[in-house]
Design a protein around this ligand. Sequence first.
Ligand SMILES: [Zn+2]
Length: 129
Amino acid sequence: MTHAPSSDEIYRAVRALLDDLPPNMRAEAAALLRQAEDGRKTDNALLRLLRQDAAIYRRLQQLLHPGETLGARGFAPIPGEPEDIPAGQEWKCPHLGCPETRPVIQEGEDPPYCPIHHVPMIRADQKKG
Ligand SMILES: [Zn+2]
């Protein structure tokens, strides 16, 4: 089973990254976080926003899934902690040979767009044939 981060976990992770976001992205993320404090559900909007920056998005994923990208394979997960995302849980561009990939953060999230080909990405863990 894949652990899907809760809305609260996403808000907390985005808050932790807020100072490192590019200024335009930071303003928008701060606005979305304020809306979240008002009780609105903005986690998906935040994910979409941060996905525009691949480096930021990877750091977000590290915060949401600690251990997965740090190579800490030797450590047993703390009981009650979220399971790591299995390798292959990522989006890839449907164009052959395109190097663009994005990690999957939440089941059911909208596909990101390939910044090179401007087409929706597909799940890399979809087996073909
Ligand atoms: Zn592409």
